[in-house]
Structure formats: C-alpha cells, structure tokens
Design a binder for this molecule. Structure first.
Ligand SMILES: [Fe+2]
Length: 337
C-alpha cells in the first residue's frame, strides 16, 4: 500500500511500475522504502527527491546538522559533503529527509563508525541491512569505514580502537571487509585511525598492515592525513616514509582535521583548524598522489559554515598549485610496480 509521506530517490521512482507514465514530477508520489525503520519525522518529508551527479572531486566538508540551514540558505560553493552514516541509522536517527534535501544539491559520501570491522564479533547484519538501504536511498559516491574496532559482545565503546599489526589480524579484517563488500555489492574505503598505544604483538609497520588489508580485501583507502601525522608523532615514525610506502593506487579520498596536544601525545580531536605540519604533509600527499578528493573534518567546537569553507578553500589552493606539478614520486612508483 502506498505511503505518501516517505521519500524515495527519483531514480528508483522511475524504475517502479507505480510511477510509470507519470507526467508531473512535482505531483509527489512516494513509496515506502524503509518499512519499519522509517521514523515519524522522515514520513513528514514530502518533496520529490531528484539527485545530482554521484561522483566527487575537489575539497568537501563534513556534513553537520547545525549547518543544514546555512547550507540551504547559502548553497556554498563546496563540491560535496560527507555524511556520517550512523547519524541516519537507528531509533535516534536524524530524519533521512534532511540528508536527502542536501543530496539534491550536492554529491555525498557516507562515512561510518559502527561496523567495528576489527572486532571478533560476528558482523552486525541489522546494521548492514540498514546501511544498504541508506546507500540505496542516497546514492553516495563512496562508503567508508574505519580500520578499527569498537565492540565486543554486548559492549560498545564510543571510540575507534586500534588493532595489532599481524598477519592473523590482516586475514581476519580482510575477510570481514570482503563480507561487507559482498553484501553491499561494491568496494568500500577503509580509513587509517589515530592511536596512542602500540601492541607488543605487532610484527609489521602500520603502512604494511594497511597495504596488506587493501590487497587481501581488494578494498580502497581513505587516508586521513591528520591521523597519519598524529601516529607518526605519537609513535616516533617518519610521516613521509609512511606516506610514500602506502599503495597510491588505492587511495581514493583524503581527510584533513585538527589535532590537540595533551601531555606528550597528539589526539585527533577535530576541534581546531588543520595544523601547519598537517598542511605540509597534505602538500606532500597531493604532490605524491595528484588530485584526490579531500574532506575537512571538524567535529567539536564546530565553527560557522563560513569558517569551514575557508578551510576547504585553503586545501583547494594547495591542490591548484600542485595541479601542473610533475608527479615524479608517483611516476617512479608506477615504473617500479
Ligand atoms: Fe578522518
């Protein structure tokens, strides 16, 4: 039975017999796609959804709900937004209508924290089904998750915990990523996380661990440049050596954010502008990788949208100055491959 208050992407509407032959798009015919997972708020949304292109390029911003109004009012010249997957799942979800209203104007990516890819628990099938539906509803350019774990048994922690770097863990995590990709029917990006401890059991470098998972799972990398820098400082690694040893062909997105100094450690608090050493590393990353879609993350003490746009423009300028540069390191990598 038709529910006239639930949104559905136009692409899907056109593919269903329920709307074939419809000549007035704004007539607003809506078909439930969430079933029991739809919230009351979502069902109040009654605008036909037509999405813009899916692919991303340039420097985007993390989508935060306090900016929804500013985005709608000003339509900032930002090429794409990254939405936090978990904000749109579960009983406390932000109404999907809000995300779709942004999606009508901008390409998006979905970035998750809840899959717990490194956990020893079975993958959460309910979460995966919800994620698959969200993908179908919003048509993101990429789906990404963290190379970490955050749950064991019934216990969950609001953090992204690091893993020991061993062959056994590589196989474990790669198998789980493959399960996720098989279920979703597409490759995902995994993001390197920040860490403040190292495991005695680790017998390989972090970059080696990441490359091995990328290869075994045949997945892609969201390289958080700030996290790379934070870990390099916390664990006394060479950040450039780490960067140049990653498989550049699998890096499809970059993250930039601000860290905080607490005692002798850096924490990726995302509460400040990007720091100068991270900008420097970003310049090296762009020189190494060429143009890679980049995202500005700011999750605490979030400023006005205009301030985030300024930060994105700074990243755009760095990309522009490298646009014509000869990418000698990457060329050498291809030659050696
Ligand atoms: Fe990140």
């Amino acid at each position: 039975m038709r529910d006239e208050h639930v949104i559905r992407p136009l692409a899907k509407l056109a593919a269903t017999s329920e709307v074939q032959g419809e000549t007035e798009r704004r007539a607003g015919v809506y078909t439930p796609v969430h079933g029991a997972s739809s919230t009351a708020s979502t069902k109040q949304f009654a605008v036909l959804v037509e999405f813009c292109k899916r692919s991303i390029q340039g420097v985007g911003l993390g989508l935060r709900s306090l900016h929804y109004q500013s985005i709608h009012q000003t339509l900032p010249a930002i090429p794409w937004f990254e939405a936090l997957t978990d904000n749109y799942l579960g009983p406390k979800a932000i109404p999907l209508a809000q995300l779709c209203s942004i999606r009508q104007q901008y390409p998006i990516t979905l970035h998750g924290v809840g899959l717990s890819l490194g956990s020893c628990d079975a993958l959460d099938q309910h979460y995966l089904r919800q994620l698959k539906q969200l993908i179908a509803d919003t048509e993101p350019a990429w789906i990404s998750e963290h190379l970490s774990w955050c749950s064991i048994g019934q216990h969950r922690v609001p953090d992204l915990l690091p893993l020991p770097y061993t062959d056994e863990v590589v196989k474990h995590v790669a198998d789980r990523i493959q399960q996720v990709q098989d279920f979703l029917g597409q490759r995902i990006l995994i993001e390197n996380v920040s860490s403040y401890i190292q495991f005695e059991q680790s017998d390989m470098a972090e970059w080696e661990f990441i490359n091995a998972i990328l290869k075994q799972a045949d997945c892609l990398l969201l390289l958080d440049v700030n996290n790379l820098y934070v870990n390099a400082i916390n664990h006394h690694w060479d950040p450039l050596d780490y960067l140049y040893r990653l498989d550049p062909l699998r890096i499809k997105e970059l993250h930039l954010g601000g860290y905080s100094l607490k005692g002798a450690l850096l924490f990726d608090t995302h509460s400040q502008p990007v720091h100068e050493p991270v900008w420097d590393l970003y310049r090296q990353a762009i020189a190494f990788l060429g143009q890679v879609p980049t995202l500005i993350e700011w999750d605490q003490d979030i400023p006005a949208l205009e301030r985030l746009v300024q930060e994105a423009k700074k990243a755009e300028q760095i990309c522009a100055t490298n646009r014509t540069a000869v990418n000698s390191r990457l060329s050498r990598h291809y030659a050696d491959a």
